[in-house]
Design a protein around this ligand. Structure first.
Ligand SMILES: *Cc1c(COP(=O)(O)O)cnc(C)c1O
Length: 385
């Protein structure tokens, strides 16, 4: 039985991407690798919709969130952290760890951040930066980042964005929306193994970098750009060479599909997933208004343990789902539909979920989920012509 990985990262790595990553190791300071590096960074800039340099790190996403903080802020800076889940909390904690004076504002988990909330807080104090999570992976909530950017408006506060589970899957316009730092990583929408994180900083964020006083060495984005701009483009420290080969292959696939088509695929899978779980009598954590295109968190039915449900999905059906995180641990399970995930994967997931729920003693028609999901997908396909 093939394992189907439907967790919100790491995401499935397609064969050509996997194979590219298994090439023999090469010299990371060579003409050949410089070409790969430049090609990948250009491709990633297209996903970011930016003309600014893309800064790579050998890191998971969290490291690059730390990079966003230490490259732009100083100890004592007032920072507004708007959180709607575990990843928002993490970003906030990083800023506090480095000595920022953080005002932590949390909205109810399962809802998103209303733009008015941002406006209201910006009127109250001279914040230096605002931290937001574009897509909150712990709750399956997608914030309206364009509206949040508009709400920040002309206020000088930098907008630092965790786009780890959104960039490349959900519309995001770094330059057009005036986002100041945007962070992502290789193992989510990019469908690569974990190991490379990316950051893009706006001209304003680069200006902040020059006066920012938080301690940094490995994360110093100026060092990275300096090395990239050498005649032989390189990174200051050893990059995750194999992941770059995978990224090169993945960007080729994404380019062939077209970024807008990729976004649309995620939107459709989200809609089908929500219809499927509802038809099985379950309830998504997020209202439709905040529904994430990349991950659906679902309340566990009364009396069903999360580890039991997730365990049976994996052991009996080969469908790997995620449990709850933070405050939602033991209360929800999560279906990732992020990266190289296709309609047939959602159907397989719904089929298995129906059987598992029935096995667990719930009074459900085990086929109801797959039927509802298929209906949604077929209607979408008909509309798309
Ligand atoms: C996955 C993820 C991260 C990064 O997690 P790492 O395990 O450090 O790669 C950060 N933010 C969000 C919203 C995520 O989904």
């Amino acid at each position: 039985m093939d394992e189907l990985l439907l967790i919100p990262g790491p995401t499935p790595v397609p064969a050509p991407v996997r194979e590219a990553g298994s090439r023999p190791m090469t010299n990371h300071r060579s003409e050949a690798f410089a070409r790969v590096l430049r090609g990948v960074l250009d491709g990633v800039a297209e996903l970011y919709r930016t003309r600014q340099p893309v800064v790579p790190y050998a890191s998971s996403g969290t490291g690059v969130l730390e990079a966003a903080v230490v490259n732009t802020l100083s100890p004592g800076d007032r920072v507004l952290a708007l959180s709607c889940g575990a990843f928002g909390d993490r970003f906030s904690r990083i800023a506090r760890t480095y000595g920022a004076e953080v005002t932590h504002v949390e909205v109810e988990w399962g809802t998103g951040i209303p733009p008015e909330l941002l406006e209201e807080h910006l009127r109250q104090a001279p914040y230096r930066a605002v931290l937001v999570t574009h897509n909150e992976t712990s709750t399956g909530v997608q914030n309206d980042l364009a509206a949040l950017a508009r709400a920040r408006g002309d206020h000088p506060a930098l907008l630092l964005v965790d786009a780890v589970s959104s960039l490349g899957a959900i519309p995001l316009e770094t330059d057009r929306w005036g986002l100041d730092v945007v962070v992502t990583a290789s193992q989510k929408a990019l469908g690569c193994p974990p190991g490379v994180g990316f950051l893009v900083a706006s001209p304003r964020a680069w200006e902040a970098y020059r006066t920012s006083r938080m301690p940094r060495y490995y994360w110093d984005m100026g060092l990275v750009v300096e090395a990239l701009q050498k005649p032989l483009a390189q990174t200051p420290f050893t990059p995750a060479v194999s992941v770059f080969y995978s990224l090169e292959a993945s960007l080729k696939l994404l380019r062939a599909e077209g970024l807008e088509a990729v976004w649309e695929r995620h939107r459709r899978l989200s809609e089908a997933t929500r219809a499927g779980v509802r038809a099985l009598g379950l309830r998504p954590v997020a209202d439709d208004r905040w529904a994430s295109w990349t991950v659906t968190a679902v309340w566990l039915p009364e009396g069903v343990s999360g580890s039991e449900l997730v365990g049976r999905m994996g052991e009996q059906h080969g469908v790997v789902l995620a449990g709850g995180q933070g405050k939602l641990e033991g209360r929800v399970f999560r279906i990732g539909h992020l990266g190289y995930v296709w309609p047939q994967d959602i159907l397989r997931c719904m089929e298995a979920l129906g059987l598992v729920l029935k096995d667990l003693g719930l009074a459900v028609d085990p086929q109801a989920g797959v039927r509802a999901a298929r209906e949604v997908l077929e209607a979408q396909a008909a509309r798309a012509g």
